[in-house]
Write a new protein. Structure first.
Length: 197
C-alpha cells in the first residue's frame, strides 16, 4: 500500500440511516509480527475507524491504518477483517483497495527443467505429441464454436435491421394515412368541425 491508498468496505446491514458512531471497523491482524512497535508476543490486532461511512459503505484512509498498526511496513500483516462495532450486525459483501502498489511476484522467470534419461524422453515425446493433438482438437472445437457465435451474431444483426426497417415503414404508412385523410378535409371555423372539400 502507499500513502494514497484507500480501502472501501461495502456491507449489508440493518442499521438506521443516521448512525452516531461508525458501524464497521477495518482490522489488520498479524501473528508473526517483527516490525510493528505495537506487537505483543508477535501478535498485532489493530482496529481502524472509517473516515466516511453510511449504512452500506465505509472508507478507510492509509494514514489511519499506519497509526493503528504502528508502522507503514505492513509486510507482516497476514489477515484483514471488516468487523462490526457493536451497533448492529453487518455482512461485508465487497472490499476494495484503491491506489495500491503492485509488488513483483516471487515466481521464477524461467521454468525449472530437469535432466531426463534418453529412454524416458521418448515416452515424454509421445505423450507430448498426443497432448498437442488434444490441444489442436480443442482449438478446432473452440474455433467452430466461435464461428457459430459469429453466425448467430450476424443473424441477430440482420433481424434487428429488418425490424428497424419494418418499424419505419409502418410509421410512414400511418403518417400517410392520417395526413392524407386530413388533407381531404377542411376545418370549418363556424361549425367547429372538419368538412370534406
Amino acid at each position: 500500500m502507499t500513502d494514497k491508498t484507500w480501502v472501501i468496505a461495502q456491507f449489508e446491514s440493518d442499521l438506521a440511516e443516521n448512525i452516531p458512531n461508525a458501524p464497521v471497523e477495518f482490522i489488520l491482524q498479524s501473528t508473526d509480527d517483527t516490525v510493528s512497535p505495537k506487537a505483543k508476543n508477535g501478535t498485532v490486532w489493530s482496529k481502524v475507524s472509517p473516515v466516511l461511512y453510511n449504512e452500506n459503505f465505509a472508507l478507510f484512509d492509509y494514514a489511519d491504518m499506519v497509526d493503528a498498526y504502528g508502522t507503514d511496513d505492513m509486510s507482516c500483516v497476514s489477515i484483514v477483517y471488516v468487523g462490526d462495532t457493536g451497533n448492529g450486525k453487518i455482512k461485508c459483501t465487497d472490499l476494495y483497495a484503491l491506489r495500491c502498489k503492485v509488488l513483483e511476484s516471487d515466481i521464477p522467470a524461467e521454468p525449472v527443467t530437469s535432466v531426463v534419461p534418453a529412454e524416458e524422453s521418448t515416452v515424454e515425446d509421445s505423450a507430448a505429441v498426443s497432448s498437442s493433438a488434444e490441444v489442436s482438437a480443442a482449438d478446432a472445437t473452440d474455433s467452430s464454436n466461435t464461428d457459430k457465435e459469429k453466425g448467430s451474431v450476424r443473424n441477430n444483426l440482420v433481424l434487428i435491421i429488418i425490424g428497424a426497417v419494418a418499424g419505419i415503414a409502418v410509421a410512414v404508412l400511418i403518417l400517410y394515412i392520417v395526413l392524407g385523410r386530413k388533407s381531404r378535409e377542411t376545418y370549418d371555423v363556424n361549425s367547429h368541425k372538419f368538412i370534406k372539400k
